[in-house]
Design a protein around this ligand. Structure first.
Ligand code: NDP
Length: 329
């Protein structure tokens, strides 16, 4: 039995090359559950795994794809049986384990969650790791007191995957949403998702000069990090929180402790990879309930396995808008 997979190989000079190949099922790794993958997607990390490996991929040949949705084909884990619809995100699948850019994947039963009621496998991958992480960020902001009516909530990297889902979710939950983007041409798209204000990236690109600026944001979902996050911390309202999700603009955080001491603001770390099962299920159920499916569809760019090498390079350059949904079949 063979199946189609996007394989990344590394040559003797250390250069990687990705191509779609027909491979034998015996090459699938060890695992309890074999899944017939229907859809996967493209996240920033996939961009790294499709190109340089970014220090994430340890062995080659490799099948990237940090998330997928599909149907269980066979299982030795009593929790899963053939025919179950499942979703996988995180657990370093697609990095140290073979991932979702294939018609079949074999994984540990522990890593799967049931497809949430009300979502198709395609919709689950339109959400993907990026969208799940946005939901985790919104839940963390809510757990720290964010309520609609508190003022504008800022989303950085807004036209990207994490950002797009965060904009749509927050707007649907009744928040006023301000979207930071470096792409002026994305304005209509972001307003369509529910942003009521567009903040040009350049307004938050200069390093911190004053530790406290005027109190502006009731919360922030930050996909960018670096200088932008440092600036946002000084602009949060008293007691407000920023959820640190990503580093698309840099991993360094040069700031002062003043906003924490004088305004009681919070910096909340968001990790989707090792998130416990219960909280994943809680987040997926919130997505099925709170994310408007028409807005989700407006974010989708369809793709096939063969499109992925070019898309991997594009996402690393910040050129992918919204969410790519990969039909692996
Ligand atoms: P995308 O590339 O889709 O989105 C990133 C967005 O950031 C871009 O679209 C762009 O938005 C903005 N951006 C890019 N480069 C810069 C820059 N130099 N300065 C300022 N803004 C920039 O990626 P994802 O949405 O998939 O991921 C976003 C981040 O979140 C990544 O760093 C990723 O690793 C991280 N992440 C973390 C997770 C976790 O568990 N913590 C899970 C998922 C993602 P615009 O064009 O609108 O300005």
């Amino acid at each position: 039995m063979t199946f189609k997979a996007l394989i990344v190989e590394k040559d003797n000079e250390g250069k990687t090359r990705a191509s779609v190949q027909e491979i034998d099922e015996s090459r699938l790794p060890e695992g309890d559950v074999t899944v017939a993958v229907e859809y996967s997607t493209l996240n920033y990390k996939d961009g790294l795994c499709l190109t340089t490996g970014g220090g994430l991929v340890k062995t080659y040949p490799h099948v990237p794809g940090i998330d997928f949705a599909g149907t269980v084909e066979s299982s030795s884990d009593p929790r899963w049986k053939p025919g179950d619809k499942v979703v996988l995100t995180g657990w370093r699948v697609g990095e140290i384990w073979w991932g979702g850019y294939a018609q079949k994947a074999r994984v540990k039963g522990d890593w799967l969650v049931p497809l949430p009621e009300g979502l198709t496998t395609r919709q689950a991958m339109a959400v993907g790791t990026a969208g799940l992480t946005s939901m985790l960020a919104v839940m963390a902001l809510e757990d720290h007191g964010l309520k609609p009516g508190a003022g504008p909530v800022l989303v950085t990297g807004a036209a990207g995957g994490v950002g797009s889902v965060a904009v749509a979710l927050l707007a649907a939950l009744g928040h006023e949403v301000a979207a930071v983007t470096g792409r002026p041409e994305a304005e209509a798209y972001l307003r369509g998702l529910g942003a009521s204000r567009i903040v040009p990236r350049a307004e938050l690109s200069e390093p911190v000069k004053r530790p406290l600026e005027s109190e502006t944001w009731a919360g922030c979902v930050d996909a960018v990090g670096g200088v932008m996050l440092a600036r946002v911390l000084g602009q949060l309202k008293y007691g407000a929180s920023a959820a640190a999700v990503g580093l698309a603009g840099g991993a360094q955080l040069n700031t002062t402790v003043i906003p924490f001491l004088l305004r009681g603001v919070n910096l909340l770390g968001i990790d989707s990879v090792m998130q416990p099962y219960e909280n994943r299920v809680r987040a997926w159920n919130r997505i099925a309930r709170d994310l408007p499916m028409d807005k989700l569809e407006a974010m989708v760019q369809p793709a096939t396995l063969a499109d992925l090498p070019a898309l991997g390079q594009a996402i690393l350059k910040g050129q992918v808008k919204g969410r790519v949904v990969v039909d692996v079949n």
